[in-house]
Design a protein around this ligand. Structure first.
Ligand SMILES: [Fe+2]
Ligand SMILES: [Fe+2]
Length: 174
């Protein structure tokens, strides 16, 4: 089957709001699109992990992965998509997500019983997310208040995820 043409999610002209002060809207949109893509890839990684894990501790840990996957999609992804709407930007064509993503996905383990290895991949993903949101925060701070507040909220969640995965790691070891 022939591939359908790409969906045009970028408008001819970006919208702006009067509150923006000293930001390049194009740069904010690029950041938001990269973050949106990272969130979809994180959702995919965690849901894949939840179904892949095997072994005695796997049920409980899979449930944690599913819960965090929900945060990435239903909270972070959705809120970033809403902010993009203020700039008149839609959801990208599915084929563009990997290219747009900043953090991509870490290499996933091949052994479904090695729960530690899957947790380490999740910790790696969260570390990248935290670094990236910190970079966006520094750019928009005091210049694009609505994006700043959103990034602050997401950054705080990612730190929580990071800690939770770390805690599970020590439990998986015992
Ligand atoms: Fe997230
Ligand atoms: Fe996260």
């Amino acid at each position: 089957m022939e591939e359908p043409p790409r969906y045009r999610y970028m408008p001819e002209e970006l919208w702006s709001t009067p509150d923006l002060k000293g930001v390049d809207p194009r740069k904010v949109v690029d950041y938001l699109l990269a973050a949106l893509s990272d969130e979809l890839l994180a959702y995919h990684q965690y849901v894949l992990t939840a179904f892949a894990l095997k072994g005695p501790n796997s049920m409980e840990i899979s449930e944690e992965f599913k819960k965090i996957a929900e945060d990435e999609l239903n909270d972070h992804f959705m809120k970033l998509a809403e902010r993009l709407q203020d700039y008149n930007v839609d959801i990208p064509d599915f084929r563009d997500f990997w290219k747009l993503s900043r953090c991509k996905q870490p290499a996933l383990p091949s052994d479904p019983y090695d729960i530690d290895a899957w947790l380490k991949a999740a910790i790696e993903a969260e570390e990248c997310a935290i670094r990236f949101y910190r970079e966006i925060y520094d750019y928009v701070r005091d210049k694009d208040v609505r994006t700043e507040e959103l990034i602050e909220h997401i950054l705080s969640d990612e730190i929580e995820h990071y800690t939770l995965f770390k805690n599970l790691l020590s439990r998986a070891k015992s």
